[in-house]
Design a protein. Structure first.
Length: 88
């Protein structure tokens, strides 16, 4: 069994990190709701990719998070969501 610098097994460390992430996700699902969704196409063409890149960066700057992405023949479609607090 591999150990980290403090002597704790890596597997235990990874398991604890995974549990923390699950708890954060569960808290987020309970306390936040999906308020808006956005589909942003990104073409893998030298002249056109900047437009999609700019749209994704703008959405991230406004609080959207990447939910998923889909490959297409010409690039990607980013599925982005904006979450709001349930109490708001």
């Amino acid at each position: 069994m591999n150990k980290n610098i403090l002597g704790a097994p890596f597997e235990l460390e990874l398991l604890n990190k995974h549990r923390e992430e699950e708890n954060e996700e569960e808290y987020s699902k309970i306390n936040n709701k999906l308020a808006n969704i956005k589909f942003v196409p990104i073409e893998f063409d030298y002249e056109n990719y900047k437009a999609g890149e700019s749209q994704v960066n703008d959405a991230l700057g406004h609080g959207y998070v990447v939910i998923d992405n889909f490959k297409t023949e010409s690039g990607l479609v980013m599925v982005m969501g904006l979450y709001r607090s349930r109490t708001a």
